[in-house]
Write a protein that binds this ligand. Structure first.
Ligand SMILES: NC(=O)c1ccc[n+]([C@@H]2O[C@H](COP(=O)([O-])OP(=O)(O)OC[C@H]3O[C@@H](n4cnc5c(N)ncnc54)[C@H](OP(=O)(O)O)[C@@H]3O)[C@@H](O)[C@H]2O)c1
Length: 218
């Protein structure tokens, strides 16, 4: 559900989704509200709260079982959340090895600020959209696992995504039933939290260095 945070349109969109599906959806996401909010200056703050209130009302009316917010760029949402308005039951943020230091830190802050009482957190796009990108041949995500002997690289990347940032579930795209089975199989893997923290620290250092590099002489 993109483009508009207008409460009436959101309500109609949830109604339409229930009609199209032939049943009320279990979960409806407000999709990347930071995009719509960027176009709606200067009413940012109110618009997000109104959208949350509209979705909460739709759920209370039985049009969907629950509602959440998916954010690709949590840094843009951080200053716009209003904890006096209804808060999402599910917050979905980018997860995994493609997520940069700034976005990981912003996701942590958004989760803490918006779901302090333990809403559910989902990660999305654990492979950055593709497992055939050349970068996957250059890294071995099994370094993040305590016992790395059983799982494939793809499985290890998926399992690690649950810790970058810390999420309860991961939404993944696949057209292959067997691939889904492999990913479910990866859940037995145990991620070494210390390695994750070291990685995040290195990522922060790297980002800070990249930002502070002097301009190359012409
Ligand atoms: N809010 C947003 O802006 C936004 C943006 C992007 C995504 N999302 C959410 O994130 C979800 C997932 O994102 P995504 O589909 O873009 O990216 P993704 O899950 O990171 O990657 C999907 C790719 O991974 C491959 N794959 C999955 N399991 C595999 C396996 N076991 N072995 C080999 N390849 C495997 C799939 O290929 P096969 O089909 O061959 O398995 C597919 O090409 C979406 O469904 C959506 O809910 C949200």
């Amino acid at each position: 559900m993109e483009h508009s945070l207008d409460p009436t349109r959101l309500h109609s969109a949830v109604e339409q989704a229930a009609k199209d599906l032939g049943r009320e959806p279990d979960l409806v996401f407000l999709h990347n509200p930071e995009h719509s909010l960027r176009e709606a200056i200067p009413h940012h703050h109110d618009l997000l709260a109104q959208a949350c209130t509209a979705l909460d009302a739709a759920a209370a009316k039985g049009l969907c079982a629950a509602w959440g917010v998916a954010s690709w760029d949590p840094a843009s949402l951080l200053n716009l959340i209003d904890t006096t308005a209804p808060t999402p039951a599910v917050l979905m943020v980018r997860a995994g090895l493609f997520v940069g230091a700034r976005t990981l830190d912003a996701a942590d802050a958004l989760i803490k600020g918006w779901c302090p009482c333990g809403g559910t957190v989902w990660g999305m796009s654990p492979f950055g959209g593709s497992t055939s990108a050349p970068v996957w041949d250059r890294i071995d995500p099994r370094v993040f696992l305590r016992d790395n002997s059983q799982l494939s690289r793809v499985q290890a990347a998926f399992r690690t995504a649950y810790h970058l940032p810390q999420v309860d579930s991961v939404a993944v795209g696949t057209d292959e039933r067997a691939h889904l089975g492999e990913l479910v199989g990866a859940l037995v893997g145990e991620v070494d939290e210390r390695t994750v923290q070291e990685y995040r620290s290195l990522l922060r250092d790297q980002t800070a260095r990249a930002v502070s590099l002097p301009e190359a002489p012409r």
